[in-house]
Design a protein around this ligand. Structure first.
Ligand code: PLP
Length: 397
């Protein structure tokens, strides 16, 4: 018996456990301190009314002989896929129903999609990055090439034709940096991928936070993207589904490699290894895409985006370089006073009781940067910004 020894190559992620330890140490010395957490990547606002009603009704259906549902259709219920198709249509993208796969969230599909690809492919991943892309590749022993995201390119790396990539991970709006590719930049990636017969794995988990019309919500807004991209989407942040679990993945019919349809391969993979998302969850997800559901979800997103603006405006006043916060719930800032990510973490915790996430936890290029999120309440965000502004001004003297 041999284990998958690639697991030995996974680095232990100490990021969130170290943060928790530092906060609990601080609290034990400052029991009355009101710590404000701005590091969380989880939502705080509850499910909207339409979703709860649909969820409840579907659970009741499951308890009645006449309306009980067992295993559902393989790719997800048509009622939900029709809604997703219309959602894409609302911003001009035509997706075929057969291309939509309902999932229990983006993370599972982002990891599982690697089942379709040989281990010898060149994998290209931005640095800094959402750690799931790296770890899922390491688990199968794949080598990773990193592309540098930094201030020079506004944390939006573009293709380098001297490097041959087969599988490219893009995330826009980005976690952790909040940076977003515009149409012209995304077109560069699509052209590169089509020229090199590469595949783009496009993570659109935060598309619902996009406000600007020149930022695409889907990679399929770009011409020829259907020949080279798979898109992952999630209701986690869009509709507060982090604890409910539902997402969707689009694998276009035009995606053909070595004579094989990747859509058919994914269908085969899913029908073999996955038995779908529960009926009540899919009913709850359907409610997200109704007109009323959209309005209600938007109200929650507006709360987060107001917080994001508050954070961004404070940093602008302090003349601190940052990205994100305009079309994304994440704000990525350059640590002031030449501090490292952890120095700045300690400074904020110890002087003002505010907790964020050190950028170095997302890759070497994150050193010297810091992530704040807008998922808190308006009151706590306002309070945190007042405290941070005061502390930085005092330190500057
Ligand atoms: N992709 C990115 C970039 C994320 O930040 C997250 C969650 O934090 C996910 C995917 C996972 O989403 P889900 O909850 O749908 O699995």
């Amino acid at each position: 018996m041999k284990i998958n020894s690639n697991y030995k190559n996974l680095e232990e992620s100490y990021l969130f456990s170290t943060i928790a330890k530092k906060v609990s140490d601080y609290m034990s010395f400052n029991p009355d301190a009101k710590v404000i957490r701005m590091g969380i990547g989880d939502v705080t606002r509850p499910l909207c009314k339409s979703v709860v009603t649909a969820f409840e009704n579907a659970v009741k259906e499951q308890g009645e002989l006449e309306t009980f549902h067992g295993y559902g259709p393989e790719q997800g219920y048509t009622f939900l896929r029709e809604r997703i198709k219309s959602y894409y249509q609302s911003y001009g993208v035509d997706i075929n129903l057969s291309e939509i796969f309902i999932s229990d969230g983006a993370k599972s599909d982002i990891g599982n999609i690697l089942d379709l690809f040989d281990n010898e492919n060149n994998i290209l991943i931005p640095n800094p990055v959402y750690p799931v892309y790296c770890d899922t590749n390491k688990m199968s022993g794949r080598e990773i090439c990193f592309m540098n995201a930094n201030i020079k390119n506004n944390f939006l790396p573009l293709p380098d034709y001297d490097k041959k990539a087969d599988i490219i991970y893009l995330c826009s709006p980005n976690n952790p940096t909040g940076a977003c590719y515009n149409r012209e930049q995304l077109k560069q990636w699509v052209d590169y991928a089509n020229k090199n017969e590469a595949i783009i794995l496009y993570d659109a988990a935060y598309e619902a936070f996009i406000n600007d019309s020149d930022i695409p919500r889907s990679i399929f807004e770009i011409e020829d993207a259907k020949k080279c991209a798979i898109e992952f989407c999630s209701l986690s942040k869009t509709a507060g589904f982090t604890g409910v679990r539902c997402g969707y993945t689009i694998v276009p019919n035009d995606l053909i490699r070595e004579g094989m349809s990747l859509r058919k391969m994914w269908l085969r993979r899913q029908t073999t290894k996955f038995n779908g998302v529960s009926y009540p969850v899919q009913k709850a997800a359907e409610a997200v895409f109704t007109e009323k559901g959209q309005q209600e979800c938007k109200k929650n997103i507006d709360v987060y985006m107001k917080n994001a603006k508050l954070i961004s405006d404070t940093l602008t006043r302090l003349e601190i370089w940052h990205t994100g916060g305009k079309n994304s719930p994440y704000i990525w800032l350059k640590c002031p006073f030449g501090m490292t990510s952890w120095d700045f973490f300690d400074f904020l915790l110890e002087t003002v009781g505010v907790v964020g996430t050190p950028g170095s936890g997302f890759g070497s290029n994150g050193e010297g940067f810091f992530r704040l999120t807008s998922f808190g309440t308006e009151q706590s965000t306002r309070e945190a910004m007042t405290r941070i502004e005061k502390a930085i001004k005092e330190k500057r003297g």
